[in-house]
Design a protein around this ligand. Sequence first.
Ligand SMILES: NC(=O)c1ccc[n+]([C@@H]2O[C@H](COP(=O)([O-])OP(=O)(O)OC[C@H]3O[C@@H](n4cnc5c(N)ncnc54)[C@H](OP(=O)(O)O)[C@@H]3O)[C@@H](O)[C@H]2O)c1
Length: 360
Amino acid sequence: MRRVPLIVLGVGQVGSAFLAQLLHVRGHLQARYAVDLCPVALADSSGVLFDANGVSDHDLKVLLAQKAARVHLGEQPGALEAMYARELVAYAAGQGVEEAIVVDATAAAGMEPALRHALEIGYGVVLANKRPLAGAWEDSRIFFEHPRAQFEATVGGGLPVLATLRAMVDTGDRVERIEGALSGTLGYLCSRLEDGEAFSVIVGAAKARGYTEPDPREDLSGVDVARKMLILGRTAGWSLELGNLTVDPLYPSAMAEMSVEDFMSALPRLDSDFAAYIGALAGVPRYLAEIGPEGGLVSLRMVGERLAAQLRGRLNQVTFWTQLYHDRPLTISGPGIGRENAAAALLRDCLQLARTAAQR
Ligand SMILES: NC(=O)c1ccc[n+]([C@@H]2O[C@H](COP(=O)([O-])OP(=O)(O)OC[C@H]3O[C@@H](n4cnc5c(N)ncnc54)[C@H](OP(=O)(O)O)[C@@H]3O)[C@@H](O)[C@H]2O)c1
């Protein structure tokens, strides 16, 4: 049995779902692949649970129940104080943890030093966090070029988008252009705009249902979509920067600095503009992104009925035009949203790294 230690950074929605899925399939993976994915460190923003021999399934279940009840890790008996991720990786190595996988299931900035160090000392890294992949190219390139870095969960919320793209690039196909509808939240919003509802009402409802981030501008700014598009473009082999994408937010810059409350109160001012835009042009609204070797565009636009029907609601869709898929592009489409899908993508990436390491 090959034991692969896991260092899990972030036990929020995705991190908790990942650990719950791991509990469920761990025995199956042991039996089928002779691989034991074994959590040795779990960290949230308050503290760290560490056991170089592996956190027991029983302790994991207790921890997940506590996190669901909003009890922080730092309050668990025996927990270590919070430490920087870089320190935690070094601590684990100092405790004799070898050939581990660091799973970044945070949305935190500043994880790069930890992830880079992990690669340097022979660990793998698996990311749900887009930020390390969307920084300056010189800082991020290691994660695109290193064979022990995987990040399927960052784009398409778990659909096998990056694995497909990577396979095309690795087998010599040349990618020409990529288009995507990459935000379930903005897909939901566009479908309801299409149904004639007011923009402010839709955003209010999406926020109330938890479809948006607590500050809906994180979705409406388009920056999250741009980061995903940049990750696709960089995986395609284009050393682009975020600044090479033109991003049209769904609110004017004057509303960027408001408090969330003021922003929500000011939203009805935008209703007539959206109604006029949609009424004036043929087609139906969709928030789409496209990228090529020179850069890209992320914006609301009007599309024909056929594409609109394909992109109804919270579906994600990515289309690749390549040398091989030239006249008829390759499209991947599905419900790319939700913590469970993202967690499953993390698990697949961990398993792939563990199995590849086992073959060396
Ligand atoms: N939710 C989804 O459906 C989804 C889908 C695809 C991808 N993603 C991506 O997955 C990542 C996680 O999303 P989420 O929804 O799970 O977020 P979340 O619920 O806010 O969880 C984030 C976790 O990270 C922890 N954390 C923050 N800073 C940390 C640090 N410096 N060291 C260790 N832990 C730290 C938080 O600690 P506390 O618990 O103490 O706050 C929390 O446990 C994000 O990058 C997101 O973009 C999410």
